[in-house]
Write a protein that binds this ligand. Structure first.
Ligand SMILES: CSCCC(=O)C(=O)COP(=O)(O)O
Ligand code: MG
Length: 239
């Protein structure tokens, strides 16, 4: 079924929306797991790393003296539980950036994703990303897909640091303000009903992605129009 969508901006989630959860939890998390400890140890003067490590200790209730092994144990626990904590996302992003830059990582998008994103962009709809993955990780991911470098399609990137948690309305208010667009001129695409609820509460249009085999495929999407492919969205740019 085609879903008509007249909008100025399309904001996309990543995992479950444009790429399979397996690409994040297996390809990316498995790449990060054995490399996080070495990354922390090899970048003692990097303020971003030091700040993330400090935040891990605080969030996990570790003493300020806890060593890298303890911090890495927590990071692994968070990945196993898929806890999308900001300092984990920062550290993962740094490791992934290195992997992409050295030809060790490439991400496969759903087959409908790149053609749809390209068509919407070419027709004049602005595209942005809102993901739990850090902005640095988002840019690196879209720069290294099996469909090529897609970063030219996106004008803005938002994560839980510059926007806020994805299941809370104020994050969407903040993004709308940043985009300088009334909420009804923004559409959010996600596989997670709670994220769509928060976007709708902020006045955004929403579309749920219920893709076969994905964790939320059988979830209750309530009032949100829902599809299993971006190819079914008929996006018309709002002037
Ligand atoms: C952009 S980096 C890879 C994605 C990631 O780390 C992640 O947690 C995805 O979460 P999302 O909010 O896009 O479902
Ligand atoms: Mg998602």
């Amino acid at each position: 079924m085609t879903i008509p969508l007249t909008t100025r901006w399309v904001v996309v989630d990543i995992e479950g929306t444009v790429t399979a959860t397996e690409q994040v939890h297996v390809v990316l998390y498995d790449y990060a797991r054995p490399r996080l400890g070495a990354w922390i140890e090899e970048h003692p003067d990097d303020q971003e790393v030091a700040s993330a490590v400090r935040q891990v200790r605080e969030l996990a209730g570790l003493p300020a003296t806890a060593g890298v092994d303890e911090v890495v144990r927590v990071l692994h626990e968070w990945m196993d539980a898929d806890r999308k904590a900001a300092p984990l996302k920062t550290l993962q992003g740094l490791v992934w950036q290195h992997g992409y830059a050295h030809g060790e990582l490439t991400i496969r998008l759903f087959p409908d994703a790149a053609p749809a994103l390209r068509a919407w962009h070419e027709a004049g709809t602005h595209l942005a990303v809102f993901s739990s993955g850090s902005v640095a990780a988002q840019i690196a991911l879209f720069g290294h897909t099996t469909d090529g470098d897609l970063t030219g399609l996106f004008s803005r990137y938002f994560d839980t640091v510059n926007a806020g948690p994805k299941r809370e309305k104020p994050s969407y208010d903040r993004i709308a303000e940043e985009l300088g667009t009334a909420p009804e001129g923004i559409a959010f695409l996600s596989d997670v009903p709670a994220e769509l609820d928060a976007a709708a509460a902020a006045g955004w249009r929403t579309v749920g992605l219920a893709r076969p085999g994905e964790p939320f495929a059988d979830a209750d999407f309530g009032p949100h129009p829902t599809t299993d492919s971006l190819a079914h969205l008929q996006v018309v740019p709002q002037r």
